[in-house]
Design a protein around this ligand. Structure first.
Ligand SMILES: Nc1ncnc2c1ncn2[C@@H]1O[C@H](COP(=O)(O)OP(=O)(O)O)[C@@H](O)[C@H]1O
Ligand SMILES: [Mg+2]
Length: 361
């Protein structure tokens, strides 16, 4: 667990780079720092591995102030991926990935095994890529090597600064998908910086929206940030596509729950209206449902699970679902609870064995 405790950074006069950031990132989650350029995202990220020291306030990892940990030891437990990947150009892929294991004095067999395992993990066939040099790779492949290198010593924490910023949109989408798959598997505590709200919504379990001057505007799940922007700045930053984006985060089941099926619907007929011909699963996104409504003939879409019809979704029930989740009165309370949990501590909340563990501080 990473905790920012009123962490500020000032460079001379003028507005601070980071202004009293307080937030907690639970172990195993991905927190995305998102906002316009100059909002203090990189500054906040670098405080975690002490590349930047706060002017005031603290950063704690598992309850311990990073300022009290030797930087070299600290960084061994923290993978770091940056946009300009920073691979050593004269070393091949294997040697680049093995950077930290070599520093740690691993023997050759263990290192080689780990390198191959990591190349597999990031989707680079070891036999093909092991001995290539960085200039013999595409941008996306270099980025994958950067991720493999950051993961080499199995760090519980991963810091990523605009990791997919330097590649074309198609490669970027693929790397994002791979990141999600990897994180599903590895469950590291990830802090990822981006200025791209779509990337943030896609990758983050939680988003910290930072404005110029290093001010935290909102900290919440993608659904909260989209459904209840805390400030005009957030609403503006999330933009006019907000409603359409929310459709991606809500499911057919969310729209059903608000309007339980009536008997005749459950049977498949919906009274006077023509029988809907489209059907979706309960976990289909509302974006899929809207697409089905637009392309089908009926005014409703059936929600089907295991051969039985759970009910139907119409534009009205979608509207109700959007309204309901935007005006969710539980949201402020949920934020309050998160703060209470801070005090309750949760040192042991990492689920299951993740990595070697000895580098957890
Ligand atoms: N080493 C530095 N010296 C002076 N100003 C800095 C330094 N690093 C960052 N800043 C300033 O701090 C602010 C936040 O920078 P940064 O954290 O890099 O923002 P972001 O990553 O959100 O684009 C910017 O105004 C930047 O110019
Ligand atoms: Mg930056």
């Amino acid at each position: 667990m990473i905790r920012f405790d009123a962490a500020s950074k000032r460079y001379g006069a003028g507005p601070p780079a980071l202004d009293g950031l307080t937030l907690e990132i639970p172990a195993g989650e991905t927190c995305v720092l998102v906002g316009p350029s100059g909002g203090g995202k990189t500054t906040a990220l670098k405080m975690v591995n002490r590349l930047v020291e706060p002017t005031s306030g603290r950063v704690l990892i598992d309850g311990r102030d990073v300022a009290s940990t030797d930087p070299v030891t600290l960084r061994r437990g923290i993978g770091y991926v940056i946009q300009q990947v920073g691979l050593f150009p004269h070393l091949d892929v294997a040697a680049n990935v093995a950077t930290v294991p070599r520093l740690l004095g691993w023997d050759r067999r263990r290192t080689e095994r780990r390198v191959d395992e990591l190349l597999d993990l990031v989707g680079l066939e070891p036999a093909t890529y092991r001995h290539r040099r960085p200039d013999e790779l595409s941008g996306g492949q270099r980025q994958r090597v950067g991720v493999a290198r950051a993961l080499a010593a199995d760090p519980p924490i991963l810091l990523m600064d605009e990791p997919f910023g330097a590649v074309d949109p198609v490669t970027r989408a693929r790397l994002q998908a791979e990141f999600l798959r990897l994180q599903q598997q590895l469950r590291r505590t990830v802090v990822l910086v981006t200025h791209d709200i779509d990337e943030a919504l896609r990758l983050g379990d939680r988003l910290a929206v930072l404005a110029t001057g290093g001010r935290l505007e909102q900290y919440g799940t993608p659904a909260e940030v989209l459904g209840r922007p805390a400030t005009p700045f957030v609403a503006d930053f999330v933009g006019s596509g907000r409603t359409l984006r929310r459709l991606d985060l809500l499911s057919a089941a969310d729209a059903l729950a608000l309007r339980p099926p009536i008997a005749s619907e459950a049977g498949g007929a919906i009274g006077a209206t023509a029988a809907p011909d489209a059907a979706v699963a309960p976990d289909a996104t509302l974006a899929d449902v809207v697409a089905a409504l637009l392309t089908g003939d009926g005014a409703a879409v059936r929600v089907v699970e295991g051969g039985s019809v759970l009910g139907t979704v119409t534009l009205d029930s979608i509207r109700a679902a959007l309204r309901e989740t935007a005006a969710d009165p539980a949201v402020p309370e949920v934020q309050g609870e998160v703060e209470l949990e801070d005090d309750g501590e949760s040192l042991g909340d990492r689920e299951g064995p993740v990595g070697s563990g000895e580098t957890a501080r």
